[in-house]
Design a binder for this molecule. Structure first.
Ligand code: ADP
Ligand code: ADP
Ligand code: ZN
Length: 217
């Protein structure tokens, strides 16, 4: 299965992808996570990406398209993948279609997680992530059992620098301008499925399953 998770920052793409991989046994590919790993390793890619990410802007298309082309060519992607945070622009979506066609592959579905824009600020400023394993929490909506500690691995939780109020505002604007048009792009291809993301995390998961023809209730 080749799945794209679409939706604004804070929609719950990363949270749902973490759960989906346990059901579908295919890799979770997050361009945001790949860039953050590159920043941590201080690679040239990381140095370039950081400038854009810290400002809440998109990393240039050519760089982003290249890392996805490399990633989906790896062996673990043969049976499929869950893309989270890619594509984010029309140019990325078009290149991605060409990439898949070259490989004689096709997308199974684009799952569009729909959340009212006015809920996203609280979701993003309250987000906390594990330094060690990347698990995602929320101070109010999905709090860890022990403060500032990851339930999964005991690692320390931190707040992403780009989850500050000012940077979130910029990211939401970038979403509306660059990424929102992809809804029509995929609708026209008959691939889009809307999922109500404005309900508890476990219920969103059930809705995602249903849209894939699975019963996860
Ligand atoms: P995205 O990857 O789309 O940016 P995340 O999965 O990181 O979104 O979720 C953003 C924040 O919202 C996290 O703190 C997460 O715990 C929280 N969250 C995710 N899904 C829900 C939900 N259905 N209801 C409330 N909060 C949620
Ligand atoms: P979110 O949880 O808000 O969806 P991500 O972790 O997906 O955030 O992305 C964080 C940042 O990484 C983005 O604001 C952007 O700077 C960069 N980024 C991630 N994916 C892409 C992409 N497909 N194209 C360009 N930039 C990207
Ligand atoms: Zn952890």
């Amino acid at each position: 299965m080749r799945i794209v998770l679409l939706g604004p920052p804070g929609a719950g793409k990363g949270t749902q992808a973490e759960a989906l991989i346990k059901k579908l046994f295919i890799p979770h590919i997050s361009t945001g996570d790949m860039f953050r790993a590159a920043i941590k390793a201080a690679t040239p890619l990381g140095l370039e990406a950081k400038e854009y990410m810290d400002m809440g802007l998109l990393v240039p298309d050519d760089v982003t398209i290249r890392i996805i082309r490399d990633r989906i060519s790896q062996k673990d992607c043969q049976e499929g993948f869950i893309l989270d945070g890619f594509p984010r622009t029309k140019a990325q979506a078009e290149s991605f279609q060409a990439m898949l066609a070259d490989r004689n592959e096709a997308l199974s579905a684009v799952l569009n997680i729909v959340v009212p824009l006015d809920k996203l600020m609280v979701r993003l400023t309250g987000r906390r992530c594990c330094k060690k394993c990347g698990s995602i929490f929320h101070l109010l909506y999905n709090p860890p059992k022990e403060p500032e500690t990851c339930d999964a691995c005991g690692g320390e939780l931190f707040q992403r620098k780009d989850d500050s109020e000012e940077t979130v505002s910029r990211r939401l604007k970038v979403y509306e301008e660059e990424t929102f048009p992809l809804i029509e792009f995929y609708k026209a291809k008959g691939l889009l499925r809307d999922i109500d993301g404005d309900q508890p995390i476990s219920r969103v998961m059930v809705a995602l399953g249903r849209s894939l023809g699975q019963d996860w209730s």
